[in-house]
Design a protein around this ligand. Sequence first.
Ligand SMILES: NC(=O)c1ccc[n+]([C@@H]2O[C@H](COP(=O)([O-])OP(=O)(O)OC[C@H]3O[C@@H](n4cnc5c(N)ncnc54)[C@H](OP(=O)(O)O)[C@@H]3O)[C@@H](O)[C@H]2O)c1
Length: 354
Amino acid sequence: MEFDDFIIGRDDLILITGATGFIGSKLVQGLLKSGFRNLRCFARPSSKLERIEALCDRRPAGAHVEVFRGNLLSREDCLAATKHVALIFHLAAGRGEKSFPDAFLNSVVTTRNLLEASLRHGCLRRFVNVSSFAVYTNRKKLRWRLLDESCPVENDPWLRGDAYCYAKAKQDEIVVEYSKRTGIPYVIVRPGYVFGPGKTNITGRVGISTFGIFLHLGGSNPVPLTYVDNCAEAIALAGLKKNVDSEVFNVVDDALPTSRQFLGLYKQHVKRFKSLYLPHFVSYALCYLWERYSDWSAGQLPPVFNRNHWHAYWKKTRYSNERLRTRLGWKPKVPMAEGLRRYFEACRDAQPYA
Ligand SMILES: NC(=O)c1ccc[n+]([C@@H]2O[C@H](COP(=O)([O-])OP(=O)(O)OC[C@H]3O[C@@H](n4cnc5c(N)ncnc54)[C@H](OP(=O)(O)O)[C@@H]3O)[C@@H](O)[C@H]2O)c1
């Protein structure tokens, strides 16, 4: 990494929220490796610190890693954590897919608190908001059309029946709105599905486990994967590179496997299990019927499957990392085959899929 191309120097203070998480800990590792020497990692009092402590033990000489204990729901904690901070990587998020209040509190309210606290100090040079592919609607696209940064995001995200999608869309909105109102500089990063050791589940884009059987979905659809180290590097570059304020970056790797290929490899390398393939028209019809019944029964059946959901997750779509490459000079350092090998190995060592 070239420091001349960056908006901050190696000793400027960087705050990382979600630093104890799957991607955040890789980001901390990458920043230390790149020579940044002044990191503040936000962690809740209940957060497991093993990943961060392991990094602290191995940090380069002269690097300072502070663990700030607090909760982003507290304005006072946000004010204290953002003091003297030049760059914020905001990865903390409510990951529950079912609880709207939980997702809203831990993704939207937390983001607002951080933005307000940063404004009070007036020293922030960029706010990196880590969003998700979940916010794209993908509804009006033809099959096999490209999903890139120009695609519309959900206007009515609650119609997806997915608390995570709702909260991430609202989180993006609040960042853009604050920036328009106050001039706070930001970048939005939207990863696809991030995989790697530390995660053992199969993405819902490949299928769903229900009633003792795995329903395989997506068939020949490419799965928008990004290996955790590659994703962390993309996030780092989006925060550091000059002249990219207000831009959005999607993160996907190269050589994406199809849903069918992914499932085949998983069965071959991790564990064999029975699966039933649902062709596209069947999954679409089921989502449609679920949506109608949910409407008709006034929510007796929660609207977790619906046509908006189907379009976002199971419609044939192509993906691009062109903007990451051209604007940030990113390329995936860990090739897909190697990323999958490491992931399957970790899955085998942990509780395999049942
Ligand atoms: N993983 C993916 O496939 C994926 C894909 C697209 C986008 N993303 C986005 O990438 C970011 C990181 O994802 P991840 O997979 O690394 O998530 P993760 O492992 O679940 O980590 C989430 C982090 O957020 C922290 N957090 C949640 N609520 C908080 C609060 N109120 N105050 C302080 N910290 C709080 C958690 O702290 P605790 O340790 O205390 O729980 C944890 O460190 C998220 O914004 C996510 O939406 C992830």
